[in-house]
Every structure is written in C-alpha cells, then in structure tokens.
Design a protein around this ligand. Structure first.
Ligand SMILES: NC(=O)c1ccc[n+]([C@@H]2O[C@H](COP(=O)([O-])OP(=O)(O)OC[C@H]3O[C@@H](n4cnc5c(N)ncnc54)[C@H](OP(=O)(O)O)[C@@H]3O)[C@@H](O)[C@H]2O)c1
Length: 324
C-alpha cells in the first residue's frame, strides 16, 4: 500500500496516539487524527507534530456517540477531498461500572462501532476510500472467549430464549443493553468486540474488490487509559496480576504496530479477526477460528442490527429514515 493518507480514530491517548506517531515514522504523508472535540484533536495534532517534527497531522472533531458529529466529520472530509488509504478505527473503551447509554440509546462500549459504521459507510458513499484501502478496527481477545472475568453472550441461545430465535433482534438488544440483558461491564465489552468481529466479516462481503477490512486486537497494553472507567476488580486486581506474568503486556507502540502490520495484509484474509494466540495477550497475531466467530448467520445478524441501530444503510450510506 502506498503510504499516503491515514485516518486514525481515538488519537487523544493510548494506542491511537501511538499508532499516529508510528505512521509518521513510517513516512505517511498525511495523518488525520480525531478527538471528541476540535480542541482535543488540535492539541493532539500539535503534540504529535512536536514529537515527530513533522507537520503532517490534520485534526478532526469526531464524537462517535453522536451521529451529528460523525456527519460533520464526514462533511469536513468531503471538503478535504482526499481519498484515505488506511482507515484505522481504533477508538473504544472498557465500559463503566454502572450502565451508560448514549443519547441515541446505545450502550457506551457499543457506541464506537455504531459511529465507526456511520463513518465507514459515509466515506464509501462519498468515494473517499482509495480503491485498495485497508480498514482496521480494534478488536480484543475476549471476543473469542477464554479470558478470565470476561464472557461474551451466546447469541443463538439468547435469541432463542428472548427473541423467538431472531438473532438480529438479539444483537440489537445487546447493543442497546435492553432490559433482558444483565449489565456486567466486562461482558458488555466482550460482546462489543464480538459484534465488531462479526461486523468485519459482513463488511468484507460488501466492500468493493481491492479493499479489505480486518478486526485486530492490539493485545494487552495496560499503559493506556482503556480501563479508566472500569470497576476496581479489573483495574486493581486483574490487570496488576496480568502485568506480573511475562509476555502478557506490551508497550502501546508494540500493540499499535499490530494495526500497521494488518494494514499490509491482502484481500484474501479480508473479514478476519486477528488476535494473540490462545491464552496470550502479546506476541504474534493470528486469525481466530472459533466457530462462533465464523458463524455466518450471526455475522449477518450483527450487520443488520448495526444498520438498524445506526440508521445507516451501507448500500446508500444514507440514513434509512431518509431513503424509506
Ligand atoms: N489497551 C489494551 O490493553 C487493549 C487491549 C485490547 C483492545 N484494546 C482496544 O484498543 C483501542 C484503544 O484503546 P486504548 O488502550 O488506547 O485506550 P485509551 O487510552 O482509553 O484510548 C481510547 C481512545 O478512544 C477515544 N474514544 C473512546 N470512545 C470514543 C467515542 N465514543 N468517540 C470518540 N472517541 C472515543 C478516547 O477518547 P476520550 O479520551 O475522549 O474518551 C481515546 O482517544 C480500544 O478500542 C480498546 O478497546 C485495548
């Protein structure tokens, strides 16, 4: 891929910041960096420029919780008029001890995917992705299971119990944390990252040939702000214990490099979820093959649920309400 224009979401701290800095080191010509407010994005761009001694960072306001903010960001990108080669959808969070819903009624850790879907669809519709663009979205190991303290929902069973077998309705219930979903923050996070893995598989089937999308877990990098809102058990017990185990934690730079590595992958592995080997949070990444991740019906149900909640149909990238 030519190292021309990259857009990185969630650059105000942690892995997004590290990724933007690393991209600069690799000779990218322009890097669009986002923050929830223009002031935060500008501050980040200035800090990155000072650190890297490169005037290549363009600040962009983007609050993924707020559809109007995504629309304004898209309008800015249309004004810039430069096709993006690498779209790094990094923003995300381990959610709060108490359930938080956005104004649009989306659970906080699910909200970045809804905003990222709106952004991606809008860029495709505006022809603002290069013909061989790479899209990488942040995943995490809990989506495949086997991570202590995190448990994803068995969607087919949940759908059968509460939604007459309708998996789309079941995924929507998870995204909105509806009353039949017991709120456990770590499980909400595992579900958010599982729905991301499914969304990626479904998006890959819809992208123009030449483009590719991957979910990539950066792995463990506890020197970021990712668990700032999480409960004390995770913050003060689980993470310190994990940090004591050799090879379970990495620097933000090493973790962010995984995103860049995936940006060089081919279209043959588009739609896959890459993460650490089973039982690890660092080291080489590999494609995840757990049957629940590869379940076609769940992938399509997740896609339909995201389309419904975001109110953005991919084929038109217009709000569904506007086209119906
Ligand atoms: N660090 C790890 O060990 C680890 C492991 C696996 C996966 N991940 C994933 O890696 C990604 C980056 O995490 P990190 O460790 O770098 O955490 P971080 O230091 O907290 O950075 C997260 C970034 O995302 C932004 N963000 C979050 N929600 C947003 C929203 N709704 N709209 C706009 N911006 C939003 C944050 O902005 P604000 O500061 O304004 O909220 C911040 O810039 C996340 O998706 C996370 O789930 C991290």
């Amino acid at each position: 891929m030519k190292h021309s224009i990259a857009l990185v979401t969630g650059t105000t701290s942690g892995l997004g910041y590290a990724a933007a800095r690393t991209l600069a080191g690799e000779g990218w010509r322009e890097i669009i960096v986002t923050g929830r407010s223009l002031a935060r994005a500008q501050e980040t761009a200035a800090q990155l420029a000072a650190e890297t001694k490169a005037q290549i960072f363009t600040p962009l306001e983007l609050d993924l919780d707020t559809p109007s903010s995504v629309q304004s960001a898209l309008a800015e990108l249309v004004k810039l008029g430069k096709p993006i080669d690498f779209l790094l959808l990094n923003a995300g969070l381990v959610p709060f001890k108490k359930r938080v819903l956005t104004a649009a009624g989306v659970e906080a850790s699910q909200a970045p995917l809804i905003g990222h879907h709106q952004l991606t669809a809008g860029l495709l519709c505006a022809n603002l992705l290069s013909p061989d663009a790479r899209i990488v979205i942040a995943g995490a190991e809990p989506a495949r299971g086997g991570v202590p303290m995190f448990k994803y929902t068995d969607v087919p069973a949940f759908a059968a119990k509460y939604h007459g077998g309708d998996r789309t309705a079941a995924v929507e219930a998870l995204i909105r944390n509806e009353p039949n979903v017991r709120y456990v923050p770590n499980n909400a996070y595992a579900d958010a990252k599982l729905i991301i893995a499914w969304w990626v598989a479904a998006l890959a089937r819809r992208l123009p040939s030449g483009m590719a999308v991957y979910a990539v877990s950066p792995g463990g990098a506890t020197d970021t702000k990712v668990v700032r809102s999480a409960g004390p058990l995770l913050k003060y017990l689980f993470i310190p214990i994990v940090n004591l185990i050799p090879g379970m934690n990495q620097t933000p730079e090493t973790a962010a490099r995984r995103y860049l590595q995936a940006s060089e992958f081919g279209t043959d592995v588009s739609g896959q979820f890459f993460a650490s080997a089973q039982g690890k949070f660092s080291g080489p990444i590999e494609a995840q093959r757990q049957p629940h991740l590869l379940d076609h019906a769940s992938q399509e149900a997740a896609w339909q649920a995201v389309v419904k909640v975001s109110d953005v149909d991919f084929s038109s990238a217009a709000p569904l309400s506007a086209v119906s």
